[in-house]
Design a protein around this ligand. Structure first.
Ligand SMILES: NC(=O)c1ccc[n+]([C@@H]2O[C@H](COP(=O)([O-])OP(=O)(O)OC[C@H]3O[C@@H](n4cnc5c(N)ncnc54)[C@H](O)[C@@H]3O)[C@@H](O)[C@H]2O)c1
Length: 260
């Protein structure tokens, strides 16, 4: 019997088969669950997500959603509800900041709008999606919501800049959501993933040798793989984590525990 047998959910943020969201969906299927996929609008994005999702399941259900639009988020959850009779888990694996401000020495110069956009797409959208997920989850007694964070929320990672601020906001948002939605049986957590080369992470300046540095520093002496995060996502989406909410779980081969 699979840990995810009978569980159905929505995974937001598969850009390609290197995305953390892809690894999460892949492990969910490997453990008996199923999911629909939401991607940013555009033909090219739809094709890329379709190609990646087909590596997991032959006929993936795809929705498009620009998370910066409340209307798009409404439509996404309405479409999901029309096609599915339950929502057991929601994976939020999206982030955005203008790469101009993710360069060494550029944090103090971040313009107001770029700062607000980073927090909007990378953190506020978790609350916006959780609000729409709530009625669908409570219908079946609850569910599990998770989002992706990074060490730069707690400590300064040079170049991560405004994205670090957005990740702090995401983790705080997670705790407030966990407190408010807990009575409905909805758990909300973040996974703080180690560095993985993806479209999003390649926008951050000064990360060329981050993989090598992380592997040297990590107690496990290796870099984090997508499947490491995927398996923790299965733990969070499944009943194995039934008593866990409001937490930030590091899946980084231990990098975060090393001071010097
Ligand atoms: N790669 C890493 O090293 C790393 C480490 C820790 C946490 N994370 C986090 O993991 C999550 C996924 O990133 P990834 O590294 O897999 O990169 P990725 O580029 O594969 O995924 C980022 C996703 O965000 C989506 N997105 C951006 N703006 C959007 C919008 N307005 N509406 C809808 N979708 C939008 C993109 O389309 C893409 O699918 C992000 O939250 C990222 O910060 C990444």
């Amino acid at each position: 019997m699979g840990l995810m047998d009978g569980k159905v959910g929505l995974v937001v943020g598969v850009a390609n088969d290197r995305s953390y969201a892809w690894h999460i969906a892949n492990e969910i299927y490997a453990h008996g669950g199923t999911c629909a996929f939401a991607h940013i609008p555009g033909e090219k994005n739809a094709r890329r997500t379709q190609r990646a999702a087909e590596k997991i399941t032959p006929d993936p259900i795809l929705y498009e959603c620009n998370a910066g639009s409340d209307e798009d988020i409404d439509t996404l959850f309405a479409s999901y509800a029309k096609d599915h009779d339950r929502l057991d888990f929601l994976v939020h694996s999206i982030a955005y900041a203008d790469r101009d401000w993710l360069q060494l020495g550029m944090f103090a110069k971040t313009p107001r709008q770029a700062y607000l956009d980073a927090i909007d797409i990378s953190a506020y959208t978790l609350a916006a999606m959780a609000a729409r997920a709530k009625p669908l989850m409570t219908k079946n007694g609850g569910g599990s919501i998770m989002a992706m964070s990074y060490y730069g929320s707690e400590k300064v990672v040079l170049g991560y800049n405004v994205m670090g601020v957005a990740k702090s906001c995401l983790e705080a948002t997670t705790r407030y959501l966990a407190a408010e939605l807990g009575p409905e049986g909805i758990r909300v957590n973040t996974i703080s993933g180690g560095y993985l080369r993806t479209l999003a992470s390649s926008a951050v300046g000064g990360t060329d040798d981050l993989e090598i540095r992380a592997a040297e520093k990590a107690p496990l002496r290796r870099t984090t793989e997508g499947s490491d995060v995927g398996k923790t996502a299965v733990y969070l989406a499944s009943d194995l984590s039934s008593g866990v909410t409001g937490e930030n779980i590091y899946v980084d081969c231990g990098v975060n525990i090393i001071g010097a």
